[in-house]
Design a protein around this ligand. Structure first.
Ligand SMILES: [Zn+2]
Length: 283
């Protein structure tokens, strides 16, 4: 009897660390996508701005010489650990179908991130994201400023599955994180409910991850309709979900797609409705 007890104890001692490890490995990046049937139309919605946050000593120094022009276009590569790039996430996303893809998102508060709606779905299988790891200041899987690998909740629009082009107007997504990420990474301000004329003839920046490398470029923008802006900064497909932002680090749109004829890029405006929707979920 005593021997059996000892055996059990021994087995427990061997197994316990395994259980502990399994639990830790499962400390997980699983989240839930909450799908909305469009945003509530509101009259006289909020118009204004939300301030950016720049962690001390992290602002990119333009004279540092780490900005290099790539090729003939106006894209540059930058230091991903310096603000504002530190506030941009390289997202590794796994769908419920087990497909994986990468995307870009950007912090807009200490625990809120914006991205494009289609970054949250496997369009091939029409399956929502199941697991996401967010890297900030990413150079490689072992070289980054911050990695967020915990639970998240995302909101987006169901028009992605409408089978027509209506999703192009509603390609927004935002994510609530469980930890204070922004104090380390910084975050972008937001200008929301902007009038058409405020986009016209302005120069804006975009910065996003392509194959794990962050690049940035500039171009002017113009209103296209009440949901979208066109902008003429050079972008790449991986830039989906990256910020379109002004020189004071205020995001004015979410970069979503190339325009059909390939001459421009599309940004989803941060409309009053979108801002109001974030507020209704605790922003
Ligand atoms: Zn899939």
């Amino acid at each position: 009897m005593k021997k059996r007890f000892l055996c059990m104890l021994l087995a427990l001692m061997v197994l316990l660390p395994v259980f502990a490890f399994a639990q830790e490995a499962e400390e997980s990046n699983v989240g839930e996508v909450i799908v909305r049937e469009g945003l509530a139309e509101i009259e006289d919605g909020p118009v204004g701005e939300n301030a950016p946050f720049i962690p001390e000593g992290m602002l990119e120094d333009a004279d540092e010489g780490d900005r290099a022009v790539i090729g003939a276009d106006n894209r540059s590569s930058v230091n991903p650990s310096k603000y504002p790039y530190s506030a941009i996430a390289y997202m590794e996303v796994y769908g419920k179908c087990d497909c994986s893809w990468t995307a870009t998102g950007f912090m807009v508060d200490k625990d809120w991130l914006m991205t494009a709606g289609h970054c949250l779905v496997c369009t091939q299988h029409q399956q929502w994201a199941d697991r996401i790891t967010f890297y900030f200041g990413y150079r490689s899987r072992s070289d980054y400023l911050y990695r967020y690998n915990s639970q998240w909740t995302a909101w987006t629009d169901n028009t992605l599955f409408a089978g027509d082009n209506s999703y192009k107007d509603h390609d927004w997504g935002y994510v609530k994180l469980n930890k204070n990420v922004g104090d380390t990474t910084g975050w972008f301000g937001m200008r929301y409910g902007m009038a058409d004329s405020e986009y016209d003839l302005e120069w804006f920046n975009v910065a996003g991850y392509r194959n794990g490398k962050i690049q940035t470029s500039v171009g002017h923008a113009e209103a296209y309709n009440s949901y979208r802006v066109l902008h003429y900064a050079d972008t790449e497909p991986g830039y989906s979900g990256c910020p379109v932002f002004d020189n004071e680090y205020y995001a004015v749109a979410i970069n979503t797609a190339h325009f059909t004829d390939g001459t421009a890029n599309i940004g989803r405006r941060i409309t009053s409705q979108l801002y109001h929707d974030m507020q209704s979920n605790g922003f």
